[in-house]
Design a protein around this ligand. Sequence first.
Ligand code: NAD
Ligand code: UGA
Length: 463
Amino acid sequence: MTITKICCIGAGYVGGPTCSVIAMQCPHIKVTVVDISKHRIAQWNSDKLPIYEPGLDNIVKQRRNVNLFFSNDVENAIKEADLVFISVNTPTKTFGVGKGRAADLTHVENCARIIAQVSTSNKIIVEKSTVPVRAAESILKILSANHKPNVKFQVLSNPEFLSEGVAVENLLNADRVLIGHEETADGFWAFKELSKVYLNWIPEEKILRTNTWSSELTKLAANAFLAQRISSINSMATICEETGADISEVARGIGLDSRIGSKFLQASVGFGGSCFTKDLLNLVYICEHLNIMQVAMYWQQVLDMNDYQKSRFSNKIIESLFNTVTGKKITMFGFAFKKDTGDTRESPAIHVAKTLLDEGAKLNIYDPKVEHEQIQRDLTHPYVTENPEAVMKSIEIHNDPYYATINTHAIVICTEWDEFIELDYKQIYRGMIKPAFIFDGRKILNHDNLTKIGFQVHTIGRR
Ligand code: NAD
Ligand code: UGA
């Protein structure tokens, strides 16, 4: 079998960009991305894509309705495909056993059931969603118990390592493509077939072959290690603030050790995003389940440190503003969990906003890419407030960063958007209530210049 038709179930942050890049690099393959959400598919078929990713618009424009299709017709797309990616969300369970920790595999299981039900030819099923170790076994069991006569499936694990904001670049120049397969001749054959797709643009030496379980665990391990670096540097930032050391200097000093490396050592208000917290919780749950409690506690600490960091930053704002923010107007610059994305899932900005709102502050919020409705949804969510009407009265969402700062007491930088570096802070200072404060939660501004202008500057990892 040569793969000529691919179906991807899940048109989200992973399915959309990944399949757009496959369609661009493999013009001979028809790629259909399907989703149960009518709204999401309509957006993928419109001029305004549902997600913002630099470079993605261009690719979609080039390939859409050529060899890249977005559709709600899940059944037909599966039926005609040689290979099916499962790229659906795997959120943390909100109910039952493992609530608040284990991954909820309902969507993955639904995919397996529908694949078994509609498939009339052999297929390679690729688990792209991030899942607990041995999830592929459950998928295979469901497929085996429900398939039509003479239809065979091979299940591969091919986790995704892209980062939002640089997804296209990551997909085009992946550090590695990891494929885990069943240790049988058929498993090896399926690995070869998926490799052929990637070999259209990924060098062979970057395609890594492992067994299925190693592949699944590698994904969780990679996110755990990355998150651990951020919590480690943030823990050092705390020491810096108490001692007069500067975290930027410490990060540079340790990052030049080639065994440590310089990436992912940026102290911050804390990590956010849809995956680090969820995947770490999942890892901790797996360890607890395996009764290796010391390991569970070790990784739990990475999460605890992140919560500590977010709280520390929010509390610092309140303390610096003379221990009360009640009735004070505060500008939040940035609401996305990192720059170059409109995604707010688990954004540290939500935590900061919640703390300030709980204390009675009024917030002016500006983010260049996050939709206003999304900010409203996030801040009126039951997790944030029991009184959504009061929150709506306490927030103003702005389209202009300068306007957002007028008559406010403080600016809080929550996302490291490049445009915040270029703003005219002299002009901003003139319009603010004095003393005017800046809390740089991303360490992106020139603090000496801001101090010269007259700002009271507070940041992370420096006194
Ligand atoms: P997402 O929520 O953006 O997209 C998932 C999509 O799947 C949604 O549009 C949903 O409607 C759809 N879906 C759910 N069940 C379905 C079904 N039965 N049939 C058809 N469609 C269905 O999620 P995402 O951010 O793309 O993440 C997907 C997976 O990839 C997760 O497991 C995540 O951990 C992993 N991952 C995400 C990233 C990232 O940067 N977001 C990176 C690497 C891995
Ligand atoms: C992360 C991983 O980097 C990807 O490899 C992985 O595929 C993905 O999770 C996933 O599984 O979902 P992502 O969450 O998109 O990607 O973005 P990151 O660049 O990792 O940033 C995550 C958070 O950490 C952001 O809030 C960011 O601001 C913060 N961060 C990052 C820091 O605070 N300091 C750093 O040095 C780096």
